[in-house]
Design a protein around this ligand. Structure first.
Ligand code: SF4
Length: 472
């Protein structure tokens, strides 16, 4: 007998069916394929990442599950409503459903609150049996042992790097804007053997799609001893390149940096966020020291590891003078690629509570909380000053001449420590990753940052925001 079919929808970036934006990142987010791996074999599973293909409302799937973040919730509710009108039961889950279940629940037949590993299999069995309950709540800190590997075979071919996994959850730092600090949990690690098993569970992929991987932790370096033990094991695998993410102070540990290189790490995402110590202190990100950036980034570059760094605008201590000098200072510290965004007071974070306490929230439309909108009143800068700086840094950093110049600067730091063929492979791979990331960010600037800002000034929205700012 044919199994019923479950469609796992992962929403990301595309905010509306009527006005889609497809953010084609090189690797898929983890939740969809991770959930697929945990799904009992009583259903057939399809995973659809909306960032690379539109939602198929004509799908032959019997059941729908939707994973989404806070700013995507209005879109997720619309999608759920459309499927429910077609008579298909819809489950909601993800970080926002976990932190704000009472708001999310009315829009779905059922929601999953918390981490899925011990709850999801029963939810699927109830779904198939027609006995689904409105809410399934996981225990606060379920074990991270024996989580099944993600279903890499279900990743769309559009993604260059289908192999993604995680080695830990949480982060030890108190950054006030971070979602992890809504209902803070201790930093937890998965067993190294489980992570290695995931990275090897790629037999269903063609050989050339098994050669790169991403470890998508919030902070791989939350426990450096564990991270080092993992990297030693990853070094024994046959990867051409891996990417990962960790907090910037981990780079003080030279053994960690060496092990990253031995594990064929070719890209590190770092939460740099600001080149102002005062602004960093304002969001309790004191582990970052601006004076250390250049040397820390250089350590990675010399070992053939690209730096991809977050950069936040509209932090409370930012000034116009700081914004004015930012392009030059970014050049001085030498980061390869930046991910610029406007600071977001995510619902429930300490930063959100501060903005509410100080009566500075001016835009409650949660679909604007994606990093390209200013939704609160800054302490001393106008909306227009912040938007102008955001646009200017995007424009200068992602001009073609600067993209090429940074690539050449990185290439000049490369020295050969391996056989010539492997050295050439490293140069080729880092160039490929560098241009892929730079073009992706340039595309984002052209399709999200600049049009949004020009429509804002054409429609006089800037003026309205200023008026609201002054009135409030
Ligand atoms: S270091 Fe990064 S992951 Fe950790 S709390 Fe700060 S923002 Fe969140």
């Amino acid at each position: 007998m044919k199994k019923p079919k479950l469609l796992l929808l992962v929403l990301f970036q595309n905010l509306k069916d009527a006005d889609p934006y497809y953010a084609r990142t090189p690797a898929p987010p983890l939740p969809g394929i991770l959930l697929a791996g945990m799904t009992p074999p009583i259903v057939e599973v399809e995973v659809l990442h909306e960032m690379v293909r539109p939602i198929d409302y004509e799908t032959d799937a019997d059941f729908i599950a939707i994973s989404f973040m806070d700013y995507l919730s209005p879109h997720a509710y619309d999608v759920a409503e459309r499927f429910r009108k077609l008579g298909k039961p819809v489950i909601g889950g993800g970080k926002f459903a976990t932190t704000h279940p009472d708001e999310v629940q009315p829009h779905f037949d059922s929601i999953l609150v918390g981490e899925a590993q011990n709850v999801w299999p029963q939810m699927v069995r109830d779904l198939v049996a027609g006995t689904l309950k409105p809410r399934y709540t996981a225990e606060p800190m379920p074990s991270l042992e024996d989580i099944p590997p993600p279903r890499y075979d279900l990743v769309e071919k559009t993604f260059t790097v289908p192999v993604v996994t995680e080695a830990s959850r949480g982060c030890p730092h108190p950054c006030t804007y971070c979602q992890l600090n809504i209902n803070r949990l201790p930093y937890r690690m998965r067993p190294v053997a489980d992570v290695i098993r995931d990275l090897r569970a790629t037999q269903t992929l063609p050989w050339y799609r098994r050669k790169m991987a991403m470890i998508l932790d919030n902070n791989l370096g939350g426990n450096l001893q564990n991270a080092k033990a993992l990297l030693k094991e990853v070094a024994k695998l046959d990867f051409w390149g891996i990417g990962t993410q960790f907090s910037i102070e981990c780079l003080r540990d030279n053994e960690f940096v060496d092990l990253l290189a031995k594990a064929q790490c070719r890209m590190a995402f770092l939460g740099m966020e600001s080149l102002s110590d005062k602004s960093l202190a304002g969001v309790k990100k004191r582990q970052n020291k601006v004076r250390e950036y250049k040397e820390s980034f250089d350590k990675l570059h010399r070992r053939g590891i690209l730096t991809f760094t977050g950069l936040m605008f509209a932090l409370d201590e930012d000034t116009n003078e700081y914004y004015e000098s930012l392009p030059e200072r970014l050049d001085e510290v030498g980061t390869c690629v930046i991910l610029p965004s406007i600071s977001i007071p995510i619902y429930g974070t300490p930063w959100y509570q501060q903005v509410i306490r100080e009566d500075r929230l001016v835009d409650p439309d949660i679909s604007h909380y994606e990093g390209d909108h200013l939704v609160f009143r800054h302490n001393h800068l106008s909306d227009d000053e912040i938007y102008a700086a955001y646009k200017r840094v995007n424009r200068i950093f992602y001009s073609w001449s600067n993209i090429i110049r940074r690539w050449w600067r990185f290439m000049k730091k490369q020295t050969r420590q391996e056989p010539p063929i492997l050295f050439l492979r490293r140069l080729f791979l880092t160039s490929f990753i560098y241009f892929k990331l730079s073009i992706f960010q340039r595309h984002h600037a052209q399709h999200r940052v600049f049009p949004a800002l020009s429509s804002r000034s054409n429609s006089g929205e800037g003026e309205r925001s200023e008026t609201m700012t002054r009135a409030a």
